[in-house]
Design a protein around this ligand. Structure first.
Ligand SMILES: Nc1ncnc2c1ncn2[C@@H]1O[C@H](COP(=O)(O)OP(=O)(O)O)[C@@H](O)[C@H]1O
Ligand SMILES: [Mg+2]
Length: 219
């Protein structure tokens, strides 16, 4: 069982989108639970929308809302391989975020490639991730697919700040943007070229994370 906190104190960083899509692709070969610690309950609402969809379009993982992060301790006894935790995106909730990280094994930090997004990300790293001593990676998301160099430049800048950054990144697609309203995730999108690319991005992220975790287990 591995508990993965998805965090960034900046709202709109791509946390909830990352939690739902990584959960979907990870659930293709293991048992996955999403824990929604955000009082705004965006992924809980997303899952409720999905529950109303016909069979075959149902989410391939479970979602629970739990605003008490210490409950993550008890959840370790449940029969899941991976728990992804969606966290609130503002500084008021830093105590909650600290408690989530205290009960996690790994932190994934999604961030937009924009320079303005980097300060809140670095702040989250310095105040919450670094003191925890947990292994972590930054994931660059919402990359304009017409301007992929934005991704590589952002990755480079973040590495210059001393941060560990995933090689894979997530591009922006309308299908991701509409997903919370339609109740879909990467694995249930209606087939199209863009749906395939959107899902492919998160499959690459999942693969890279798995290889990091395999090395952790050996170490
Ligand atoms: N890869 C993406 N492509 C398109 N839209 C995205 C993508 N990732 C996030 N978004 C959109 O950006 C906004 C913020 O994303 P969200 O996942 O809710 O961030 P957070 O949970 O960090 O606040 C949402 O409207 C979401 O649909
Ligand atoms: Mg969110």
């Amino acid at each position: 069982m591995r508990v993965v906190a998805v965090a960034n104190q900046k709202g709109g960083a791509g946390k909830s989108t990352t939690v739902m899509n990584l959960a979907a692709v990870t659930a293709e070969h293991s048992k996955v639970l999403v824990v929604d610690v955000d009082p705004q309950k965006s992924v809980t609402t997303w899952a409720e929308t999905a529950d109303a969809l016909p069979e075959g379009k149902q989410l391939p993982f479970d979602v629970v809302s739990e605003t008490d992060p210490t409950m993550l301790k008890q959840m370790r006894d449940l029969d899941y391989d991976t728990i992804f935790v969606d966290t609130p995106g503002n500084l008021d909730n830093s105590e909650v975020l600290k408690a989530v990280v205290d009960n996690s094994d790994f932190v994934l930090l999604p961030s937009e490639p924009a320079a303005l997004a980097m300060l809140p990300l670095i702040n989250t790293y310095n105040t919450i991730v670094q003191p925890s001593g947990l292994n972590y990676r930054v994931l660059v998301t919402q990359v304009d697919s017409r301007s992929i160099s934005d991704a590589t430049e952002a990755q480079e800048t973040l590495r210059e700040y001393g941060l560990e950054v995933l090689k894979s990144y997530v591009r922006s697609y309308k299908i991701h943007e509409r997903a919370p309203m339609t109740g879909n995730v990467a694995t249930t999108y209606e087939a199209s070229r863009n749906a395939e690319k959107a899902a492919g991005d998160y499959k690459d992220v999942a693969r890279e994370l798995l290889s990091i975790w395999v090395k952790e287990n050996k170490g």
